[in-house]
Design a protein around this ligand. Structure first.
Ligand code: F6P
Length: 364
């Protein structure tokens, strides 16, 4: 019997379970393959005793529309930076990648499918360079991975954000208020931009286009006549004014170096008030509502396509590659093409042109 190990790493994302289910169902069509899952990304392999789960038909039954991941995930540590407590109580890290590869050999793992975003796929590439038979599957609601049209989970996040715009519009119109809706997107403004177009927001502020507050005020003024009117601004958590930076708190989580972005909406409210905007302004921070819950149909389909293709790439021995969507095909691309740089919104792209064409202000 041959064994393929599946791991889900980084922040969770709607569609993870649909990928796992697709890998298992496709593998079941080959007589000699078994699928196992490592609990909490690669931590399950590194822990003593090992934490793995047999992923058979029963384990994945009906999970394609469940949010989260049935094998857990983590944003902390990993095989190359395992958190270790020093004798003085501070935390350092250890490279346990060789040990992990040995354990995988001991467990009879022939190939690994690593489902994750930018950080996870960088780890996949490093493991591949050490000789591990590994395939990547691109995941993130932020849609910021290169070499694929879309990552799964992104469309669900856009839908959640769009529904929030729809809901805020009715309350904003009733009260003649301005609402600032903060969406996720630390480096890439895809979610904010897509929801702003779909929901018909007045302004959209994204990390790729630092904003001039005066331009935003001008747009809002045009929406109010004698105090009557309303406005919706969708802002990505990583957005910044032209003379400022993205707002972030230091990470206090052991093994997680990622800064926690927060405060973009509150800062914008303050800036608008300082610039003399008289209307009432309220803020809504969507946060993890964009990541949790049921994946929409598009993401279930994409995740299923990715899962089937990932297992077929194992059969073809296309290691060191990542599954990618290149409409209308699902293809294999070198992991290196996906991790070199991020997929950011280009200020000259059609999406920005379209948004500007319907009057959305980016503060530029
Ligand atoms: O990368 C996906 C993402 O949801 C970002 O949009 C966000 O900044 C980050 O993860 C939040 O991470 P955490 O759940 O660890 O706070």
């Amino acid at each position: 019997m041959k064994r393929v190990l599946v791991a889900t790493g980084g922040g969770d994302c709607p569609g993870l379970n649909a990928v796992i289910r697709a890998v298992v169902k496709r593998a079941a069509q080959e007589k000699d393959w078994e699928v196992i899952g490592s609990i909490q990304s690669f931590d399950g392999i590194l822990k003593e005793p090992t934490e793995i789960k047999i992923l058979d038909d029963a384990a994945v039954k009906g999970i394609h529309y469940q949010g989260g991941t049935i094998i857990g995930t983590t944003t902390k540590g990993g095989p190359f930076a395992w958190p270790v407590k020093n004798s003085d109580g501070t935390w350092g890290s250890a490279d346990r990648s060789d040990e992990m590869i040995r354990k995988l050999q001991y467990l009879g793992v022939d190939a690994v499918i690593s489902i994750g975003g930018d950080g996870s796929q960088k780890i996949s590439q490093q493991l591949y360079e050490k000789g591990l038979n590994i395939i990547g599957v691109p995941k993130t609601i932020d849609n910021d991975l290169m070499a694929t049209d879309f990552t799964f989970g992104y469309q669900t996040a856009v839908q959640v954000c769009t529904e929030a715009v729809d809901k805020l519009k009715t309350t904003a119109a009733s009260h003649n208020r301005i609402f600032i809706l903060e969406a996720m997107g630390r480096d890439a403004g895809w979610i904010a931009l897509s929801a702003a177009i779909a929901g018909g927001a007045e302004a959209c502020l994204i990390p790729e286009i630092p904003y001039d507050i005066n331009q935003v005020v001008k747009k809002l003024d045009s929406r109010f006549l004698k105090g009557k009117g309303f406005g919706i601004i969708v802002i990505a958590e990583g957005a910044m004014p032209i003379d400022g930076e993205a707002l972030a708190e230091e990470s206090v989580e052991v093994g997680n170096p990622n800064l926690k972005l927060s405060g973009a909406a509150d800062r914008l409210l303050m800036e608008l008030k300082q610039a003399g905007v008289e209307a009432d302004i309220r803020t809504t921070v969507l946060g993890h509502l964009q990541r949790g819950g049921i994946p929409m149909a598009y993401d279930r389909i994409l995740a299923t396509q990715f899962g089937v293709k990932a297992f077929e790439m194992v059969l073809e021995k296309k290691f060191g590659h990542m599954v990618a969507s290149r409409h209308p095909d699902i293809v294999a691309v070198p992991l290196l093409d996906a991790i070199g740089k991020q997929n950011l919104v280009s200020p000259t792209s059609n999406m920005i042109q379209t948004a500007k064409g319907v009057g959305i202000c980016f503060g530029d």
